[in-house]
Design a protein around this ligand. Structure first.
Ligand SMILES: Cc1cc2nc3c(=O)[nH]c(=O)nc-3n(C[C@H](O)[C@H](O)[C@H](O)COP(=O)(O)OP(=O)(O)OC[C@H]3O[C@@H](n4cnc5c(N)ncnc54)[C@H](O)[C@@H]3O)c2cc1C
Length: 550
């Protein structure tokens, strides 16, 4: 036991040493295996260097500072002129600089904005997963910037002008026109007061002004307001259309974005999310008039993927905090980790995260391979909403259970669990909330039934006889094909994600873990509580040793 200080009245003992200065990659066998199995073998050494850097105690401390010192909106300057800028703590800027230096905002694109070669998605996802364990808020602009390229592709000339700034590895927080900056970030504005899911109800108007447009209206949520450019939806004469709105108009004047206030949020505190009005703001059209949803959905598909990776990362940090704590803390003369019931809880959680990690990384492989392989494109289309649904909605209860493993120490703000817990729900809410993801899976099945059927078949084949896999595929088909498919969609989509997770584990070559996962999640109905799964007596030790070396 580490020696702890003597207080005036007592000796301190049985408190867990801080979990810090760790290699986030080398300590994570499921992640290493998933990266290798999905084409990232050449990335392993670089990922380990990355994991050491991001697992440093200094970055963990900086994450607390970035979240305790929230961004502030400065609407006016000292003499009353509009300013509309947001000030961030230096720790936030440091995270932005580090993530951009690593290329997380752009590394899946070539310099011309075309998709980079595999395993670009896997290489990025492994790093993203590690960063999310440390500080998630700043990943919002990182995610939107990388995803924006998919929508901007609808306007190739504009994309070519923007790519040098987007692909730059330099973070430039100065408030200047994008064309003068060393690196730029991109945000997104779709949600209005009257609706975020039903964006066709957007009331913001776009008026043609020569080749460009002038936009008047509002957005109710627009995160990362210090981005250099925003992709926004507005009603043009030809219908709902996607636009690129820069912070500065081409003439060099500040564009007509008027921030009203910043959201006072449950979590995601280091990131600013604004309410904004557009007062005759300058914008370029992206894609044809009337095709706004179709244009921006290219971006949203990628942000949904990131939501799942980020939630998986939050779960990973929660799990290792729980395992670490139970290995150090004693109760009733034994380490918590040696109490069979506690081991059952942490092992069940570790098994859940095995499935999550394998699933998310396998999905990234589909994105890597989609340009050349129709089956992988279909897999990405069907599974992205299913994975976002299951992973993002699993995270809050998972993190809560991890918090409870730490007892009272888990509940206080000095520790990391409270922040992880407050952060978790947002990934399920934004970029399409739970029901919307289920409806999107239904849409994919209805519009492309043959492709979706082939994906299901492939999942069953990949499961290679794992318990419950064939039955699960039958349940999914039956539930989603019937007249009451909408009502049954949640259960079916959850089953689809579990089936895909079991398949991903089997593909990774981790047959014992795949069997345990399928037996406790597909072949039998899993309890709502962790620790209730029927694991063999030696399974907890096996799963926990994989999760975190002792
Ligand atoms: C911290 C934060 C930051 C955000 N940043 C941005 C941003 O940068 N840009 C941006 O554009 N938006 C942003 N959003 C908004 C976010 O994307 C929306 O809140 C989200 O899409 C849901 O839209 P809504 O809030 O209008 O809810 P609604 O659309 O009203 O939905 C409410 C609920 O109804 C469900 N629902 C909707 N339609 C159906 C249906 N047909 N059947 C069954 N259920 C349905 C939804 O799943 C949801 O649970 C942000 C939100 C948060 C919390």
């Amino acid at each position: 036991m580490t020696a702890l200080p003597r207080f005036d009245t007592h000796d301190v003992f049985n408190q867990t040493p801080l979990y810090r200065d760790v290699d986030l990659f080398a300590s994570d066998r499921p992640l290493q295996e998933a990266v290798a199995a999905n084409g990232g073998t050449g990335e392993l050494a670089a990922c380990s260097a990355f994991g050491q850097r991001w697992g440093s105690g200094d970055l963990m401390a900086a994450a607390r500072l970035a979240n305790e010192n929230e961004p502030k909106l400065k609407v006016f300057d000292a003499t009353g002129f509009r300013q509309d800028v947001v000030e961030f703590h230096p720790a936030y800027h440091a995270f932005m600089a580090a993530s951009m230096e690593a290329g997380l905002h752009a590394m899946t694109w070539n310099a011309d904005g075309k998709r980079g070669a595999a395993p670009a998605e896997i290489a990025r996802a492994a790093r993203y997963y590690m960063v999310a364990q440390i500080e998630s808020g700043h990943m919002c602009p990182i995610t939107m910037t990388r995803a924006s390229v998919a929508a901007l592709a609808a306007e190739p000339a504009l994309l070519q002008r923007l790519m040098p700034g987007i692909s730059s590895r330099r973070y430039d927080p100065s408030f200047r026109p994008w064309s003068e900056k060393a690196g730029i970030t991109v945000g997104m504005g779709m949600t209005e007061k009257q609706g975020g899911t039903d964006v066709r109800a957007n009331t913001t108007q776009a008026r043609p002004d020569g080749e460009e447009y002038r936009i008047t209206g509002h957005k109710w949520f627009m995160s990362a307001p210090m981005s250099d450019l925003f992709l926004v939806l507005a009603q043009a004469p030809g219908g709902l259309t996607c636009f690129a709105m820069p912070r500065f108009a081409p003439a060099g004047n500040i564009n007509g974005l008027r921030f009203q206030r910043l959201k006072d949020k449950l979590g995601n505190r280091s990131n600013a999310s604004s309410e904004v009005e557009f007062a005759d703001a300058f914008a370029w059209r992206v894609g044809e008039e009337g095709r706004g949803v179709r244009t921006i959905i290219e971006m949203v598909q990628l942000t949904r993927l990131d939501c799942a990776i980020a939630s998986a990362g939050l779960m990973r940090m929660a799990l290792v905090q729980a395992i670490h704590h139970t290995r150090h803390r004693t109760a009733f003369q034994k380490h918590l980790a040696d109490h069979p019931l506690m081991r059952a809880v942490t092992a069940d959680m570790a098994l859940e995260l095995e499935g999550v990690t394998a699933l998310v990384m396998r999905l990234c492989r589909s994105f890597d391979q989609a340009p050349g392989e129709r089956n992988e494109a279909a897999r990405a289309r069907l599974l992205t909403p299913a994975v976002k649904y299951w992973v993002c909605k699993t995270a809050p209860s998972f993190i809560y259970e991890a918090m409870e493993c730490l007892g009272g120490n888990g509940y206080v703000e000095e520790g990391v669990l409270a922040r992880l817990y407050r952060e978790a729900p947002v990934n399920a809410i934004w970029e399409g909330s739970g029901n919307v993801m289920c409806l999107d899976v239904l849409r994919a099945l209805t519009r492309e039934p043959d492709a979706a059927g082939a994906v299901l078949q492939a999942l069953v084949r990949d499961c290679a006889g794992l318990p419950g896999s064939a039955e699960a595929a039958g349940v999914i088909k039956e539930s989603l094909a019937g007249a009451d498919s909408e009502v049954r969609a949640r259960a079916a989509v959850e089953t689809l994600a579990l089936l895909a997770a079991a398949a991903a584990l089997a593909e990774n070559g981790t047959s014992r873990i795949a069997e345990l996962f399928a037996r406790t999640r597909l072949a039998s109905r899993r309890s709502a509580m962790y620790g209730a799964a029927a694991l063999d007596s030696d399974a907890p030790a096996h799963v926990l040793a994989r999760a975190l070396p002792d």
